[in-house]
Design a protein around this ligand. Structure first.
Ligand code: NAD
Length: 236
């Protein structure tokens, strides 16, 4: 009797895109060393100085457009041939999609899109272009980056929690688990779910059962893990 595919759910963070040249937030030399969060990534910052906020995201957007998916992103796309794979990413880049992954939820939005500042459901593609003061939504309001700022609700959390609760294998890669509510997802796994964390740093705050910490670069450790999962799936 053929068994159903292994259900693999991945929670990714800035660390998976670090080797594609996109800076993380909290590592030394990361974005928050260079910018003050409250000045660029909050609703209050938008009220106070929208031009500065737009500039910050225009620079980030250019960097994303210039970056390419790395071996970590690509390995997850390859895994889709053998397993059911869902990716929940905190990243606003589109490197998972560009590497070929088809089921990706962006918890914190997508930098290549804009949204109406008065109606978050009015979303449009920007691709690589800058967003400027005076660019309006179809309902006549200023457009803002389609990202979730600190202090704003995370609309896709419920969907993400459901995905994690159904996982056979849960992989956390390149996230410091400092941003909530996303960090709470690690507690949504079912009892017998296998859990892996891929990160270059030691884990200081995650203490739960059946967890394997694969310490090292995402581009090395994640393809190794994927290879093991593919071999396992082939034996099924
Ligand atoms: P974070 O900066 O807080 O943590 C990054 C984690 O990745 C750290 O634990 C670090 O040890 C690890 N790491 C760094 N380089 C690595 C590598 N090469 N291989 C494996 N692990 C590595 O990032 P976070 O937890 O994602 O923070 C959340 C916020 O950062 C999110 O809201 C996200 O939107 C935002 N962010 C996104 C991007 C992006 O879209 N590429 C970039 C920077 C920040």
């Amino acid at each position: 009797m053929s068994q159903s595919k292994l259900n693999v759910v991945v929670l990714s963070g800035a660390g998976i895109s670090a080797e594609s040249g996109l800076g993380t937030f909290r590592d030394v030399g990361g974005l928050w060393d260079q910018y003050d969060i409250s000045e660029v990534a909050t609703p209050e910052a938008w009220q106070k100085n929208p031009e500065l906020v737009l500039d910050f995201y225009n620079i980030r957007r250019k960097l994303v457009v210039e970056a390419s998916p790395n071996e970590a992103h690509k390995s997850l796309a390859e895994l889709e041939k053998y397993c059911q794979v869902s990716i929940i990413t905190q990243n606003i880049d589109d490197l998972h999609e560009r590497s070929g992954s088809t089921e990706v939820i962006h918890l914190h939005g997508e930098i290549k899109k804009a949204q109406c500042s008065q109606n978050e459901n009015e979303v449009l593609e920007l691709n690589g272009s800058d967003l400027k003061i005076g660019e309006m939504s179809s309902s006549g309001h200023q457009l803002r980056p389609h990202v979730v700022w600190f202090g704003e609700a995370v609309p896709r959390m419920y969907e993400a929690e459901k995905m994690v609760s159904e996982a056979d294998v849960f992989i956390v890669v390149g996230t410091s688990l400092n941003v909530y509510p996303a960090a709470n997802l690690i507690y949504s796994c079912k009892k017998n779910c296998r859990k892996y964390i891929v990160d270059v740093n030691d884990l200081t705050k995650v203490k739960f059962k059946n967890l394997s910490h694969l310490k090292g670069k995402a581009t090395e450790k994640l393809p190794e893990l994927v290879k093991t999962l593919i071999q396992e799936s082939k034996k099924k």
